[in-house]
Design a protein around this ligand. Structure first.
Ligand code: FAD
Length: 321
């Protein structure tokens, strides 16, 4: 069967990359995402104190293919350097997925519950809430582009794929977004304390193209370590906020003034410490595939690079079928 109509579940970098490759080859693609916007973990949270990049906020390119892609995105004005090695979105990390989603059919606020047979080897999707028109959409192939733990239940129709993904574990991250009326006395805009609950504290408002907000002197994003996040996964957000702000004050060596704005966010599935070595999963007989940062362990590639490589690899495997 020729693959001419594909559903992609998940409009993060992997799903968007896969969808763009397929669309460029003339395949009709429709993406579904449970969130209000595309991008997944490349997320920019808006607040009265301005935007915060509270997920994957910058990255390096370890391989030549990704480096070439990053150069093209930079030339297009979507990315800029934060230093010699790392890149971020212009105006916010979410600028990249928003640009990549242009021209694609992306249905947001739609959480897919199951992939179901539609007869003659085709598939349809069922959402958690009724979605007008969804039952009439029939696909030749389905791509699952979500974190491993969320992929397993969706891959129930392809048990071999589900079993391959099941052992993968994502690490959680508790993140705090905080703003102060004046700049803080930090010796660097990125602190990585050697001990304590904080993995990293990063100044966010001085990055390329970030919005300035009157009365806001600085915005910082604080990420807890994976261990601390796992041990405090169900802690109340207020408690997490206090503990991480205290740790930030200790890292700065000052008694921190009360922030004008501070919110804690829990990423249950933030990063994958031990990704699979395969580039992606593709079951050609069923025409179901999966991609994302769960796959493509290669050299020093970080999650963002792996998501891109994996989405591209799956699109190529599908076209070679
Ligand atoms: C705090 C934090 C810091 C990070 N730091 C870095 C870093 O420094 N460098 C780096 O390279 N990477 C970093 N990452 C990781 C990086 O963001 C990810 O590896 C990458 O964005 C993964 O992309 P993806 O497309 O595979 O998955 P995602 O971005 O998670 O996309 C999956 C999408 O699927 C959607 N979805 C899930 N289930 C369903 C469903 N049932 N129905 C519909 N939609 C669904 C989600 O809403 C989401 O949009 C960080 C991540 C976090 C959270």
């Amino acid at each position: 069967m020729t693959i001419s109509h594909v559903a992609v579940i998940g409009a993060g970098l992997a799903g968007l990359t896969c969808a763009r490759e397929l669309a460029a080859a003339g395949v009709q693609v429709r993406l579904y995402d449970k969130s209000r916007g595309p991008g997944g973990r490349l997320s920019t949270r808006h607040s009265p104190a301005g935007p915060f990049d509270h997920g994957g906020a910058d990255f390096a390119a370890s391989g030549s293919d990704f480096a070439q892609q990053v150069s093209q995105w930079t030339e297009a004005g979507w990315l800029a350097g934060v230093d010699d090695a790392r890149h971020t979105g212009v105006g916010g990390m979410n600028a990249l997925p928003r640009a990549l989603a242009q021209g694609l059919a992306v249905q947001l606020d739609t959480e897919i519950a199951a992939i179901e047979p539609a007869g003659e080897g085709r598939w349809q999707l069922r959402a958690h809430q009724p979605v007008p028109g969804l039952a009439e959409q029939v696909f030749d192939a389905v791509v699952v582009a979500v974190p491993a733990e969320q992929a397993v239940p969706l891959l129930g129709v392809a048990p071999a794929l589900a079993e391959g993904v099941r052992p993968v574990r994502s690490e959680p991250t508790w993140t705090v977004m905080a703003a102060w009326p004046l700049a803080l006395p930090a010796r660097s805009e990125r602190l990585q304390p050697a001990s304590g609950p904080l993995r990293e504290a990063r100044r966010d408002d001085t990055r390329p193209g970030r919005e300035r907000v009157a009365g806001v002197g600085c915005r910082w994003v604080l990420h807890a370590t994976p261990d601390w996040s796992a041990n405090n996964l169900d802690a109340p957000p207020d408690q997490v906020l206090r503990r991480l702000l205290d740790a930030f004050g200790e890292a700065l060596g000052v008694r921190l003034a009360r922030p004008a704005h501070a919110v804690a966010h829990r990423w249950r599935y933030a990063q994958v410490p031990q990704p699979l070595s395969e580039p992606c999963s593709w079951e050609a007989t069923l025409r179901i595939g999966a991609c994302g940062d769960t796959w493509h362990a290669t050299g020093k590639a970080e999650g963002i690079e792996r998501a891109w490589l994996s989405g591209r690899a799956l699109a190529r495997a599908m076209q070679a079928t």
